[in-house]
Design a protein around this ligand. Structure first.
Ligand code: GLU
Ligand code: MG
Length: 638
């Protein structure tokens, strides 16, 4: 989830007093870092994935499934192995927000060879097996975006009780014991976000209204005025940050390529969110959304009432439109500039300081905008830093701006270059699906750079797409703003005058450059109108030499992506919805009972372990030729 600084967390009162200290030094640290590293060149493509998992424990006698709060125990063994052989391990393991979550990445980044696509799935399998060996017989790790009964009665093992009147979260539903206990960051963030906001976070997600669904959904409204009657109400950071995702990081060859990738991948964020939708169930209810996004967004919304526009503003304050977890607000490359059509908030002094130190307008406003957020976790040992060498204050703010994309400067004293992170995707049940998504997105970056594709649309339309992406069945039914002519960087001749000039005063609907497209059309193409991402990838691949096994694996992945995009097979969210609504115990009341939860998770376990086929979710051919290692011969060739 971000930087894990060692040390003792300061109280909220102390942290608050140091907000401007962190801002001032954080910005200076970025400036110094930029001066040192802006001209860094020649880094090669390296990339990696991150998969987050939930540890589930089954109680076969009672037919119940709970989250198992053993992440810390399991991680301590996994991390010992890493310490003993930092360069030899095949996977790296990190804590996540939940005491029931772990996060795994490959031991080393992948590189620029196509053959690397053939080891992604094997590595994911290896990770799953490695962590599984440390589980008790009745436990399973699952790459599951949301645990369906998180925050329902008795959802943890060992059993815990929420403490609404004390502790970090003060939730009616989510106990502090379900927060990862091994590092103070997670509880500190929960406490400080609540305190900064001035009240508990409030997450209201519309209920899926079935025949017998009762409104109000439950009696939350009796305990909290923040609860909306026809919504599933949640009141803790854990409901959001306790969800799992699939992320990707790319190293670019220099800062300018990183800025291009950051921008070009931005319009793809909502598309991939809708495509990977996997979380319709929350707090024991069937909701009317398919994705986790808005839930996490509200779960870390530390804005005060003034900042949310609910109270008159005090001096020097401003209304902030979004939570610190949300979609990005501005493009970073020159091509992107004319599509930056939402007003960007920042402190004038911060922006000026960045500009005076040689940072261009687009990057300066991006950094200054990140710093509209106050620090929400500070460690006493880290307060005083050497801005020439350290970057913790910068990282403090950077790593708590959880956005769809992240632009990452090289860490100090490392061999790592400028990177971008792609963060919207929900995690899928099987390694095959996750590997397919990862390879698809990485291939897209190759196609974007080789063909100099242009996916840019006004940033306000990306935001609109983000909201559409989360709707029930969006992957099949929704239409998204997308750029029609992606092969030209200048406005095509048929573009309307207003679009050509790049003044985005015209509505996209009046503009020929952008159209509304379904996920199917975007990914598979639309005759005569849009080439489609998969055909573009295939044309890129047709010019490449690749070994037979890798070719076969990539084709399996692309076929799977094609089928899911076309609606021939279901998204994870639709499959989960169908499972629940067809379950014999389901009473058309939008409730996920203990038994439904148990049966669903048992079925998922069988699918992810390959013991049950599930053609409606995966199609018929999910056997790739993935391998543990790249054949030696290929290494020599390049
Ligand atoms: N679990 C979070 C999500 O689902 C992301 C946390 C992180 O930044 O690693 O988006
Ligand atoms: Mg993570």
């Amino acid at each position: 989830m971000g930087l894990l600084t060692e040390g003792s967390p300061l109280s909220w009162e102390e942290t608050k007093k140091l907000a401007s200290h962190v801002r001032e030094h954080g910005i200076s640290q970025f400036i110094n870092l930029y001066k040192r590293l802006r001209d860094r060149q020649g880094d090669v493509l390296k990339w990696g994935d991150e998969v987050e998992y939930i540890i589930v424990k089954f109680f076969d006698d009672k037919k119940e499934a709970k989250v198992s709060l053993r992440a810390q125990e399991i991680l301590s063994v996994l991390n010992e192995r890493e310490l003993a052989d930092p360069n030899g391990v095949k996977s790296l393991w990190r804590p996540e927000y939940g005491a029931y979550m772990i996060e795994g990445t490959p031991g080393k980044p992948y590189g620029g060879l196509l053959a690397h696509f053939n080891i992604v799935e094997a590595n994911m399998k290896h990770r799953r097996e490695e962590a599984s060996q440390l589980l008790k017989p009745d436990e399973v790790i699952m790459s599951l975006t949301s645990f369906p009964r998180l925050g329902s009665e008795n959802f943890t093992d060992p059993p815990t009780k929420p403490t609404p009147n004390e502790g970090a979260t003060r939730s009616l539903f989510f106990p502090d014991e379900a927060i990862f206990p091994g590092h103070p960051r997670f509880k500190t963030l929960s406490r400080n976000i609540r305190q900064r906001r001035g009240e508990k976070v409030a997450i209201n997600i519309p209920i899926y209204k079935d025949k017998n669904t009762k409104i109000p959904v439950d009696d939350s409204y009796k305990y909290s005025k923040a609860a909306l009657p026809d919504h599933v109400y949640m009141d803790a950071m854990g409901f959001g940050m306790g969800c799992c995702c699939l992320q990707l990081t790319f190293q670019a060859c220099n800062i300018s390529e990183a800025r291009t990738l950051y921008d070009q991948l931005t319009p793809l964020c909502p598309i991939m969110l809708a495509f990977s939708a996997a979380s319709p169930l929350h707090r024991g209810f069937v909701t009317d959304v398919d994705c986790r996004w808005n839930i996490i967004s509200s779960s870390v919304d530390c804005r005060t009432e003034e900042e949310r526009g609910l109270k008159p503003l005090k001096e020097n304050k401003f209304v902030i439109k979004k939570s610190r977890y949300d979609s990005i607000d501005s493009y970073l490359s020159e091509q992107g500039e004319k599509y930056n059509n939402i007003p960007l908030l920042y402190n004038e002094e911060d922006y000026k300081k960045l500009r005076e130190n040689g940072i261009d307008h687009l990057l300066a406003q991006h950094i200054a905008h990140l710093f509209i957020r106050d620090t929400v976790s500070l460690f006493s040992e880290k307060v005083n830093q050497n801005d020439e060498e350290d970057s913790d204050h910068f990282e403090n703010i950077q790593s708590t701006n959880w956005q769809t994309m992240r632009f990452k400067p090289p860490p100090p004293n490392s061999t790592i270059g400028w990177r971008v992170e792609f963060r919207p995707c929900e995690v899928q049940l099987t390694d095959f699906e996750n590997a397919a998504i990862v390879c698809f997105v990485v291939l897209l970056t190759r196609v974007i750079l080789s063909y100099q594709l242009n996916f840019l649309i006004p940033i306000s339309e990306v935001d609109e797409n983000m909201q559409k992406a989360q709707k029930r069945n969006a992957a099949r039914e929704e239409k998204f703003w997308f750029r029609k002519d992606i092969t030209t960087h200048i406005s095509p001749p048929e573009a309307n005058e207003c679009c050509k000039k790049g003044t985005m005063n015209c509505e996209p609907k009046d503009c020929d450059m952008f159209g509304l497209m379904t996920i199917n059309e975007i990914i598979n193409g639309k005759e005569g109108e849009f080439p489609g991402l998969i055909p573009l990838i295939n044309s890129y691949l047709s010019g490449m030499d690749v070994d037979a096994d890798t070719h076969c694996t990539i084709q399996q992945y692309l076929k799977f992506i094609q089928r899911r995009a076309s609606g021939e097979i279901l998204t994870t969210a639709s499959w989960i919805r169908n499972f629940v609504t067809k379950h014999p115990e389901y009473k058309q009341d939008s409730k996920v009972t203990e038994r439904i939860n148990y049966d669903l998770l048992k079925t998922i376990k069988d699918i992810q372990q390959g013991n049950k086929s599930c053609p409606e979710l995966l199609g018929y051919s999910t056997m790739s030729k993935t391998k543990e290692n790249i054949p030696n011969a290929l290494f020599k060739d390049c």
